[in-house]
Ligand binder design. Structure first.
Ligand SMILES: NC(=O)c1ccc[n+]([C@@H]2O[C@H](COP(=O)([O-])OP(=O)(O)OC[C@H]3O[C@@H](n4cnc5c(N)ncnc54)[C@H](O)[C@@H]3O)[C@@H](O)[C@H]2O)c1
Length: 393
């Protein structure tokens, strides 16, 4: 087996030449490696075989190869654990291209990627998280139950901006670093904002006369990554921007070409108000009837942030009272049926609601956020980088 030119070498050569992974070659390599490692305590090939069964391809192959070569050179010391195991847990799966890019980053680091995509229950996640060193999630809920099973977890990265789906205090008490990937999907959300604004301004293309966005005013509640991306497009459309964000210096808002306002209510002097704040105790239900009533004719509220930021009962009341008010949202309100009833055939024009949250659902945003999450995990383990840590400790 360990002859001059063991067959694994042929396989490796072939693989390198064609850059073409074939399962039999991999299987053979695993078998040979296994024979050489009889007696190891928890040989890493078992982890690899397990992952292979789950459809994992190149990463374990590369890791296995490295170990095989080390063994051949007589320097192999059987590990009790191979690299790191990164769990990709996505109830709403990433685009296939994004998954392969994540796999490539993880493989390059010599880590193993374990996939749990389109899973159906928290129980599935509880099983998968056991033994994982890191986890990449999207809107997946990570609460007490999941964290209880996270016996090896050191880091969770939310591939996206909002992180209200992670129980941060529970992470902190278990010394698990939680991160997000801010800004990676900002352009995707900004384009959706404009898609909804244009659809509404042109009466959902029903053949009637609409209006143009040029010269109109838009005000941002929060001036972070998404708001700035919307503002960038608004400038090109010839719109004027205003913003309220107490955590961003007024000079920085001005430098971006928008006008800073002093209070939340000042935003409601303008036709469009677009919400781009995180959900916090301060922002929860902060958009109410008093504010919305201030809006000028054709007042339009845009919500791509979180449904809970708007007081939904008062939104309904206002929608019933004001025939000109519009609500464009990517985060469906709980009382959607009542809103539909309130606007009748104007649904799809005055009230626009995406079928499901889809602001970040573009190929580019998937790739950007997924790859950023994988890189953040590798940089955390390899270099101790904690940039974007949400729960410093
Ligand atoms: N629809 C989607 O798919 C989608 C995608 C990305 C982000 N989002 C949501 O959009 C929102 C903004 O995302 P982002 O990437 O721009 O985040 P960000 O962190 O870059 O920006 C948020 C901004 O809100 C400001 N802010 C916080 N509290 C505030 C307050 N009380 N008053 C005013 N400003 C306040 C912060 O200073 C920050 O500048 C978040 O709620 C996020 O979850 C939704």
């Amino acid at each position: 087996m360990a002859g001059k030119e063991p067959c694994y070498q042929l396989l490796v050569n072939e693989w390198r030449k064609n850059q073409d992974y074939t399962p039999p070659a991999y299987q053979l390599l695993v078998e040979e490696w296994t024979k050489l490692n009889v007696g190891c305590q928890v040989p890493c090939y078992q982890v690899l075989v397990q992952n292979m069964k789950q459809g994992l391809k190149e990463p374990p192959y590369a890791v296995l190869l490295k170990e095989w070569q080390a063994k051949q050179a007589g320097i192999f010391n059987p590990p009790t654990r191979v690299g790191k195991t990164v769990l990709l847990a996505t109830e709403k799966a990433f685009a296939a291209e994004a998954v392969s890019k994540i796999e490539a980053v993880v493989a390059k680091a010599g880590y193993v990627l374990k996939k749990l995509e389109n899973y159906k229950s928290e129980a599935d996640l509880c099983v998968a998280v056991e033994g994982s060193d890191a986890m990449i999630i999207r809107s997946d809920i990570v609460g007490q139950k999941v964290l209880e099973k996270a016996n090896a977890l050191k880091i969770i990265v939310r591939a996206g901006a909002g992180f209200d789906n992670i129980d941060l205090p529970a992470c902190t008490s278990k010394k698990i670093v939680a991160m997000n990937t801010p800004g990676q999907n900002a352009n995707a959300v900004a384009e959706l904002v404009f898609a909804m604004m244009l659809t509404s301004a042109r009466n959902n293309f029903d053949g009637t006369s609409g209006f143009e966005l040029a010269g109109r005013k838009i005000a941002f509640y929060g001036f972070g990554a998404v708001a700035r991306a919307v503002h960038r497009i608004a400038k090109v459309f010839g719109m004027e921007s205003f913003a309220y964000d107490p955590y961003v210096p007024k000079e920085a808002i001005a430098a971006a070409g928008a006008t800073a306002v002093d209070k939340v209510e000042d935003l409601f002097n303008y036709q469009y108000v677009s919400l781009h704040v995180p959900l916090t105790p301060e922002t929860k239900e902060s958009i109410n009837k008093v504010l919305l009533s201030k809006m000028p004719k054709g007042g339009t509220l845009i919500n791509t942030a979180r449904p809970e930021i708007v007081h939904e009962m008062e939104l309904l009341e206002l929608t019933k009272e004001r025939g000109d008010f519009c609500y464009l949202t990517d985060v469906a309100p709980k009382n959607l049926d009542d809103l539909k009833l309130a606007v009748g055939d104007k649904f799809g024009k005055r009230i626009i609601v995406t079928k499901k949250k889809m602001g970040a659902q573009t190929l580019e945003a998937n790739n950007n956020a997924g790859v950023a999450a994988a890189n953040q995990i590798v940089n955390f383990f390899e270099q101790g980088v904690t940039k974007f840590q949400l729960n410093p400790f």
